[in-house]
Design a protein around this ligand. Structure first.
Ligand SMILES: Nc1ncnc2c1ncn2[C@@H]1O[C@H](COP(=O)(O)OP(=O)(O)O)[C@@H](O)[C@H]1O
Ligand SMILES: N[C@@H](CCOP(=O)(O)O)C(=O)O
Length: 316
């Protein structure tokens, strides 16, 4: 179970008092998740999620808090940091940076259909529209340069067939780096996988886990999202789901010709990003009680993205 820092009731009560949300009724560690310690917290005045930040540079936390305030202000279904009586969003508990956020309703969808993909495409288009005029600046710590460095390092340790699959995409990243970074930018969720979205019946009711959020090319975020929501078990794209997601996104923000041209490349780059991070995590967490995602899933998806029969819908 991925709760790295267990909590005792008295220390939690002391922490929660300045929010003025009433008596602590119950709390429970959340097993899902792999980065931070999360707890469902039931208070007299509502249901909340407490997060203790376990990893990553804490100087980036003000960025996440500000971004979620912007998205909440744009009426997107996102969590946001509640303020204590003296206005603090970021506090400390058990020696870790701590945030209290509203608990969003809904459940994760493991087997999405085209309707779910419409909802996700619409949400992502709205997220980009809400931030593209003035993106809050944050470089991804798993961006193109990270992929080139880690890819070259890990490539030497992979079996030949896998290394042969990876190498051409690293070359492609090097060749297209400037063109990719010149694409229209906004704030990106950058990890909009099924396990970071909640559905209440047919309606998308929540987007969580913004800890990979950054500024960058919007098309990359579309590629990340589509690779998770619209892939079949063999890694191939499910075209009806993919067209549903892209059409819904385009109803919020139009794609441009430069994006249409780089689309197949971005689908491959988005596979490499998670293939590499999963290889690194699987190695670092081997034998521990932490959720490990299968790196081979992205190897198969990348193998299936060598030819892409899915054009972006661009306005003529
Ligand atoms: N605001 C929230 N509302 C409802 N559920 C949440 C919320 N935040 C987290 N969760 C639950 O906690 C789980 C783990 O959260 P997540 O942010 O993905 O953790 P991690 O950063 O460790 O990967 C999610 O899968 C979800 O079920
Ligand atoms: N959704 C990702 C996990 C998040 O990426 P990370 O780089 O922050 O570990 C996955 O399924 O691999």
């Amino acid at each position: 179970m991925s709760v790295f820092t267990p909590l005792e009731q008295p220390q939690l009560e002391t922490f929660l008092a300045p929010y003025g949300l009433g008596r602590l009724k119950s709390f429970q560690g959340i097993a899902a998740g792999s980065e931070n310690s999360n707890f469902f917290v039931s208070l007299e005045h509502g249901e909340f999620v407490l997060t203790l930040i376990e990893r990553g540079p804490s100087q980036d936390l003000p960025f996440f808090i500000e971004l979620l305030d912007v998205l909440h202000g744009a009426e997107l279904p996102v969590p946001y940091a509640l303020r204590s009586a003296n206005g603090d969003a970021l506090r400390s508990l058990a020696g870790k940076p701590a945030l209290l956020q509203p608990r969003l309703p809904g459940k994760h969808v493991a087997q999405p259909n085209a309707h779910h993909c419409v909802e996700v495409g619409t949400l992502l288009g709205k997220l980009h529209k809400a931030t593209c005029e003035k993106p809050l600046q944050r470089r991804s710590d798993r961006g193109l340069d990270w992929m080139l460095g880690e890819g070259r390092r890990l490539g030497t340790q992979l079996p030949a067939a896998a290394a042969d699959l990876l190498q051409p995409v690293l070359d492609e990243i090097e060749a297209q780096r400037a063109a990719i970074l010149a694409l229209p930018q906004a704030n990106l969720h950058a990890d909009l996988f099924r396990d970071n979205v909640l559905f209440d019946g047919p309606h998308l009711s929540g987007v969580i886990d913004f800890y990979n959020a950054c500024s960058g090319p919007m098309l990359y975020d579309v590629a990340i999202t589509l690779n998770d929501w619209c892939s079949r078990d063999d890694g191939a794209l499910d075209l009806p789901r993919a067209r549903a997601l892209l059409g819904a996104y385009a109803s919020q923000r139009r794609f441009g010709p430069a994006e249409a041209e780089l689309w197949p490349v971005l689908l491959r780059v988005a596979c490499v990003r998670f293939w590499l991070s999963r290889l690194i995590a699987a190695d670092a967490n081997a034998g521990q009680e932490v959720l490990i995602h299968d790196p081979a899933e992205f190897e198969h998806r990348l193998a299936q993205r060598q030819r892409v029969d899915l054009a972006l819908p661009i306005a003529l």
